[in-house]
Design a protein around this ligand. Structure first.
Ligand SMILES: Cc1cc2nc3c(=O)[nH]c(=O)nc-3n(C[C@H](O)[C@H](O)[C@H](O)COP(=O)(O)OP(=O)(O)OC[C@H]3O[C@@H](n4cnc5c(N)ncnc54)[C@H](O)[C@@H]3O)c2cc1C
Length: 408
């Protein structure tokens, strides 16, 4: 795109998307495909290379298909065919993920790269190194945004969409509340060469001392996650710029974390991984938070700006993608039909997606609690319940919960 054309498009932008994480990229690409002039600003100078999300669920894949990013994500990922669960006293059962819409493991950076390519195909691009610092009501119901690092400091927009993550400036500047808090649970994770022989299967071990889970990754790697024991003496070190509720996005290896992950994995019945070969480690705490509203006037929130779930169960990004599609389609319809229709569409989006976020947060909460350390009696009870839950006819409901059925 020529500079003159980019400047003209920027001036005409109707929607300003703040944040080019996986959710901002999808909402911007979808808006552009629906014919809505859209501008997307991102404070980071370069895309993140670290890895948080890996799980891509069937509804998330459908959302990606709405901007043509599904083929790239399918090509980049590993299809998880089965999840096996172990309790304190052996195997509990398994769930098969072999329908038409697969469950994938794809490092978040690859999903974001696929979405960047989709955004460019739709005629857009990310303005990097640009930070939203102010937001106020302008003329005729429009909004005026202050941007640091952009050519022009003030931008006029009909709608501002905050996809700027859990610390959202859009949410704060709009005065929207943020409820919830941190869990006491802490986790370590590492990407390690796959010596498990498990292939495309995921494994979850509900050991009495805490959760161990492992997932296949592309290229012969495995993501191993362990819940850290509660004693204060084993508070984890972290390699990067950990923020509340999430790990660093920058890839890096802390040898202490890698060694601890491998030791805890072996203790809890997992494989013997080689800590020296880790290519990424992270230590993180988790949060459960929900914006008091997803929409206020012409300001809308999507993704982690609106909701943060426990990542145990891996659904936060997928939930954000579902927000993104619903919001883009609502905004496009509203802008076409007039201000009254836009208000109605935005309100409907806010109410519907907030209910979905509450349901997803509840499921993630159950997953998190199941992975906590338990005594001998608690372990027997937990195992007995899960053995039944993993058998027909209950296994279908459980598969649905793990694959985000009902959250679109
Ligand atoms: C360990 C871990 C594992 C996870 N695993 C999964 C999983 O398997 N599956 C899943 O679905 N989810 C998972 N998640 C959750 C997932 O990572 C998040 O839900 C997802 O990244 C949220 O995307 P987002 O685009 O809403 O926000 P973010 O990814 O946080 O992106 C926000 C962007 O906004 C930018 N920004 C912030 N403020 C401004 C500003 N003022 N101006 C301009 N730009 C700004 C930031 O730089 C950033 O790039 C996991 C999370 C963690 C912590």
């Amino acid at each position: 795109m020529s500079e003159a054309r980019a400047a003209a498009d920027a001036a005409a932008a109707t929607v300003l998307v703040v944040g080019a994480g996986p959710v901002g990229l999808l909402v911007a690409a979808r808006l552009l495909l629906l014919g809505v002039p859209t501008r997307v600003v991102e404070r980071r100078a370069a895309p993140g290379s670290g890895s948080r999300a890996i799980g891509v669920h069937p509804p998330g894949l459908v959302a990606l298909a709405s901007v043509g990013a599904d083929a790239d994500v399918l090509a980049a990922g590993v299809r998880i065919v089965e999840g096996r669960a172990f309790g304190a006293h052996g195997e509990l059962g398994s769930l098969r993920f072999d329908g038409d819409t697969p469950v994938l493991a794809v490092p978040q950076a690859l999903s974001e790269a696929a979405l960047c390519a989709a955004l460019e195909r739709a005629g857009g691009s990310v303005e990097r190194g640009v930070t939203l610092t102010g937001l106020r009501r302008g003329a005729a119901g429009r909004l005026e945004a202050t941007l640091l690092g952009a050519d022009e400091a003030f931008v006029d927009a009909a709608v501002v969409i905050g996809c700027d993550g859990s610390g959202s400036s859009v949410r704060t500047l709009a005065g929207i509340g943020w409820r919830g808090g941190a869990y006491r649970d802490r986790y370590l994770m590492a990407d390690l060469p796959d010596v498990s022989g498990l292939g495309a299967r995921a494994e979850i071990r509900l050991h009495r001392a805490g959760l161990l889970e492992s997932f296949p990754l592309p290229g012969g790697w495995r993501r191993v996650v362990v819940r850290v024991p509660d004693e204060p003496a084993v508070v984890a070190t972290d390699r990067g710029d950990e923020t509340a509720g999430g790990p660093s996005r920058s890839a890096g290896v802390d040898p202490c974390v890698a060694a601890r992950v491998c030791a805890l994995a072996a203790e809890r019945g997992g494989e013997r991984y080689d800590a020296d070969a880790a290519r990424m480690t992270s230590a993180f705490g988790i949060e459960r938070r929900l914006a008091t509203r997803f929409v206020l006037g012409r300001v809308a929130l999507a993704g982690d700006a609106a909701h943060v779930l426990s990542p145990i169960g891996g659904q936060g990004m997928n939930l954000g993608w579902l927000d993104a599609v619903a919001l883009a389609e609502g905004v496009a319809r509203g802008l076409e039909r007039g201000p009254g229709a836009l208000r109605t569409e935005l309100e409907a989006y806010g109410q519907r997606r907030r209910r979905a976020a509450q349901a997803a947060a509840w499921r993630a909460d159950v997953n998190t609690r199941l992975g906590r350390p338990v005594g001998p009696l608690g372990a027997r009870l937990r195992d007995a319940v899960l053995v039944r839950a993993l058998r027909a006819p209950f296994d279908r409901a459980l598969t649905g919960a793990f694959t985000m059925r009902g959250l679109a």
